[in-house]
Design a protein around this ligand. Sequence first.
Ligand SMILES: Nc1nc2c(ncn2[C@@H]2O[C@H](COP(=O)(O)OP(=O)(O)OP(=O)(O)O)[C@@H](O)[C@H]2O)c(=O)[nH]1
Length: 401
Amino acid sequence: MAFFSKLKDRLFKSSSKLEQGLDAIVEEGGETAAPASDLADPAPASAPTVPEPTRDVRDAAPVPEERPAPGAAQLQPDPLPVATPAPTPGPVTPASPAPTSPPPAEAKPGFLGRLLGRGTTDEPRRVLDDDMLEQLEELLIASDMGVDTALRITSNMAEGRVGKRLSATEIKELMAQEIARVMEPVAKPMPIYSKRPQVVLVVGVNGSGKTTTIGKLASQFKGAGKKVVIAAGDTFRAAAVEQLQVWGERAGVPVLTAPEGSDPASLAFDAMTRAQEEGADLLMIDTAGRLQNRSDLMEELAKIVRVIRKKDETAPHNTLLVLDATTGQNALNQVDVFRKISDVSGLVMTKLDGTAKGGVLVALADKFGLPIHAIGVGEQIDDLAPFDPEEFAAALTGLDT
Ligand SMILES: Nc1nc2c(ncn2[C@@H]2O[C@H](COP(=O)(O)OP(=O)(O)OP(=O)(O)O)[C@@H](O)[C@H]2O)c(=O)[nH]1
């Protein structure tokens, strides 16, 4: 569980916001002496499947089996899912006032509680009613989950449980379960193809973390035995090029540059030529992120794509959109915009370590269904984690290990 603790630690602001909010909600209307759990049916009929929780934090860009070169971005299979054991159906306790004397039976921890070997016997409990559901909704909205997603999560949590007395831990478990259910379909590592070079176009607004993410990914791919070349396609800003060179050095990967103000498409073409000549496995192309003039940026990206297609008509094979979690709901607008100006095939969400807005990732998954390949949880080279929905949901809701 070391990785889990690390993730929770990194997602501290989001975790603590939700965790404290949930504790406060239960305490506010809670009963302290209510030892027996009412959570006899911890999960609805379709219990989510849980991915194998053993991936390494440093392996955000795993290199699974290679596939034939695709025309469009064809995705790697998900890591082997492990079916969640079906919850043991127990008697449904009708909503009733708290018992005057504690029943002898031990409280039954929920699914994650059982998984983590934890009980919730001594915790205060609160009856799940409309009032509480509204408070839960508000809490989720405050964590940037967005109204629609917050409503979906809370109504799924309520299903079959209204009137039951739940502890904060049980609510966290339920919430984590529902969040994981939304996120599971989008948790997919960046697909790797047999095509050489596999061209990865990296897009996103300035400051979203593109350069840093390219450096982290390059380091991981190199570590996985891939030959990587980086093209510093944001030729507009000398500082951006220098920064990418620093990351290239850290990752031990060559960075191709062009004079400030020169045509990024021409650099992309040269980089493609060199990557082909050198037999590189991956060519990662950084791009400018000036959304202020959207039509210019659209034209710039379109030109890069046109030019690299002269060398390989199936390129780019991935278009990664890098999003900054600290921008909260604005990240949703960015997906909208970049999907219009480029063929976004997957997302990387950065800066989840420094924000209380981690819920935006759930909103993104719910709204767009785009694959989430990895999450940035710090500024160091190995601070790029694979996206694991179960771990993310547990960390986000503040579940203890
Ligand atoms: N805390 C934290 N900081 C990050 C993360 N990813 C990137 N950063 C920081 O965010 C800032 C911007 O990152 P860049 O990689 O330069 O972003 P960019 O999109 O390339 O920006 P431009 O170069 O302006 O186009 C830098 O200070 C990074 O160190 C992350 O996951 N966590």
